[in-house]
Each structure stands twice: as C-alpha cells, then as structure tokens.
Design a binder for this molecule. Sequence first.
Ligand SMILES: [Zn+2]
Length: 87
Amino acid sequence: MVDAAKVKKAYKGRAKRCCCGCSGEYFYNGGYTGGDGPADQQRLERIVRRINKALADPDQPKDQTWNSGDHVAVEVGNRLYIAYFSE
Ligand SMILES: [Zn+2]
C-alpha cells in the first residue's frame, strides 16, 4: 500500500503515452511545493487511493503494475496513475 504522506508527487494521465505532462497532469504534495506544478494535496490523495485500490485488486494485471522503489505505477483501463516517493 502506498502512504500518501510519503508521496512527493502523483501523476494521472493516458496509458501508453508520454509522461512529460502532455498526456496527463502532475499533482504535488503540499509539503513538497518545490516542484514545477501547483500543490494539490486532495487530487494527489485521490490518485493514491486509486493506486491502492488497484494494488489490492486481485484482477489488476501484474504486467500493468510497476514498483521501482522510487515510484509505483498502475495502468487501469486507458488510465495511468503514478505515485513518486520522497527521497
Ligand atoms: Zn510528453
């Protein structure tokens, strides 16, 4: 499970597309406003809840779930959600 308090930024965008922001949006933890986007804690937490729901779902395909250590990504339908952890 992903702890929203440890997430520096979250991403929501179209699956199988570029993640620079042109196919989605980044939301920054209110405590880490040093990023290049607006702090938007509520939307970040909504993305984290969506990620946790997918991680807990036995039907979530394992090849559409990535955990690199510094971020967790899940693809759900045509959506991609990513949580980036603080260092
Ligand atoms: Zn792009």
